[in-house]
Design a protein around this ligand. Structure first.
Ligand code: NAD
Length: 490
């Protein structure tokens, strides 16, 4: 499959004529070829987005109902195409088809539907003043939004940004990951088919250093919304400072998943397993630090290891695959490095710790689900994001120690608490320094509920009405109602 980019309502190759191959990480097959864009293409896309925004026939509040109608149709188009989109997503990212077809693509459609419902209801507030005046706020779109997304949930994370940004009346230039740009281009096809005005939604494919940095430094881009690694987020803030970009960052994590002795053990094991190994651990919210209360240490560990051993490693398109392929050789080497480092720093591997032996998966970047114990909370594998199927299990005694261990992190994205004592669950939720706390669940994202990081996990929020706020700016309007006004200069 050969793709072009979608810029200003037209399909185009990159100005430099370069292309890049999109490879299935599970078997090395070429899935597609896409343009390898750089500054010139970004320039064209930003100009198109700027013109569409300034023309006012998309961005004005008068068009909110038509924006809502279009976003609803985008949701329908995604839903009608779930099977094909899920397959494309799994092929290029290596993630199991059961995840893309049951979760990712549907949730992307939910996101467009949710913001379609909100598009015509974005309002400000009346400001009470102790004088004869009417004061109120308006929430207006920001302008051109540059969006940069990672490889692990390609369409879904794009939808988290595109849907609220467009609902609020902004225009968009989206740069997907160089590994997984296909579904963003498929989304552009839907926008074209549905008659979304030219320039409102643009997709430019390319690498971070070239296309990504050109987008971040472009002076006609009003805001950058980024999801990716914390180190890249820092770089984006530095680059964005020159043009004072508004910036939203969704970054890395090292989620604590806390299992109390009074939990429903079977539920907790299922939830912890999902948090640990979903998407082969390439998840920002992965529950990679599993804290288990001493009283149930043996029972939990036995059940957890038993279930881990049963996880099926396989090709992303096989329906019985639980653990797919990591995205690249580089990512595989990073995982191998951390496993070595964990052992060097005193950790003990209870299962996994190597690439699978099966010849079926020899052609990809697969790694066995790996469980460490005896790891100090300061060890690198406890503190740094590995982004692979590697977790540490640590014991604790009581709430105080659980809170201290869980909060001992530079990150603060999401975490879980397993207990049948709801008061304890709520106390823990308040004490954890995290943007999301699940009590008796893990990994669950709903479009209605805000999501984002404390600490080094980011700034700003996605989803919920909070994301709409992040894609609008506030204007205050003061209307004088006094007949007699005292001016400083008469
Ligand atoms: P990455 O930071 O390497 O790349 C993400 C995107 O940024 C890609 O599109 C890439 O091309 C682009 N990019 C890279 N360098 C850039 C630069 N200098 N300027 C502009 N753009 C640049 O991340 P990744 O490896 O694709 O994804 C994994 C990371 O993403 C993990 O750290 C994970 O925790 C994080 N993540 C966070 C969330 C969240 O919501 N908080 C969700 C998913 C992934």
């Amino acid at each position: 499959m050969d793709y072009e980019m979608y810029i200003g309502g037209k399909w185009a190759p990159s100005a430099n004529g370069r292309q890049m191959e999109i490879i299935c990480p599970a078997d090395g097959e070429v899935v597609a070829v896409v343009p390898d864009a750089d500054r010139e293409d970004i320039q064209l896309a930003v100009s198109a987005a700027r013109a569409a925004f300034d023309a006012d026939d998309w961005s004005s509040h008068l068009h909110a109902p038509s924006r809502a109608r279009l976003l609803r149709k985008v949701a329908e188009a995604i839903r009608e195409d779930v099977d094909r989109l899920a397959e494309l997503e799994s092929l290029s990212s290596g993630k199991p088809i059961i995840e893309t077809s049951v979760i990712d693509i549907h949730l992307a459609a939910d996101c467009f539907e949710y913001y379609a419902d909100l598009a015509a209801h974005i309002g400000g507030r009346q400001v009470p003043l102790a004088q004869q005046a009417l004061d109120f706020t308006l929430r207006e779109p920001i302008g051109v939004i540059g969006m940069i997304v990672p490889f692990n949930f390609p369409l879904l994370l794009a939808a988290f940004k595109v849907a609220p940004a467009l609902a609020a009346g902004n225009t968009v230039v989206l740069k997907p990951s160089e590994y997984t740009p296909i579904t963003a281009l498929e989304l552009a096809k839907a926008f074209e088919r549905l008659g979304v005005p030219a320039g409102v939604f643009n997709v430019v494919t390319g690498y971070g250093k070239t296309a990504g940095e050109a987008l971040v430094t472009h002076d006609a881009v009003d805001k950058i919304s980024f999801t990716g690694a914390t180190a890249t987020g820092r770089r984006i803030m530095e680059l964005g400072a020159k043009t004072l970009k508004k910036i939203t960052l969704e970054l890395g994590g090292k989620g604590p998943n806390i299992v109390f002795a009074d939990c429903d053990l079977s539920q907790a094991v299922s939830g912890v397993l999902t948090g640990a190994f979903m998407n082969q651990g390439e998840v920002c919210i992965a529950g990679a630090r599993i804290l288990v209360e001493r009283a149930i240490w043996d029972d939990f560990l036995t059940a957890f290891l038993e279930r881990t051993a049963k996880l099926k490693i396989g090709h992303p398109l096989s329906w019985d695959t639980n653990v797919g392929s990591l995205i690249s050789q580089q990512q595989l080497e990073k995982v191998e490095y951390y496993v070595r480092r964990g052992i060097e720093q005193g950790g003990r591997v209870l299962c996994g710790g190597k690439r699978p032996d099966s010849p079926e998966v020899a052609g990809g970047f697969f790694y066995e689900p790996t469980v460490f114990v005896d790891v100090s909370p300061d060890a690198d594998i406890c503190q740094e994001e590995i982004f692979g199927p590697v977790v540490v299990v640590m014991p604790f005694a009581g709430e105080e120690e659980a809170v201290a261990l869980a909060n001992q992190s530079q990150y603060g994205l999401a975490g879980g608490v397993w207990t049948t004592d709801i008061k304890k669950g709520l106390r823990m939720a308040r004490r954890l320094k995290l943007g999301t706390v699940w009590v008796n669940n893990y990994s669950l994202l709903r479009v209605e509920a805000p999501f984002g990081g404390y600490r080094q996990s980011g700034m700003g929020r996605e989803l919920g009405v909070e994301a709409l706020f992040d894609y609008t700016q506030v204007k205050n309007v003061y209307v004088e109602l006094e007949d007699e006004i005292l001016y400083l200069y008469e």
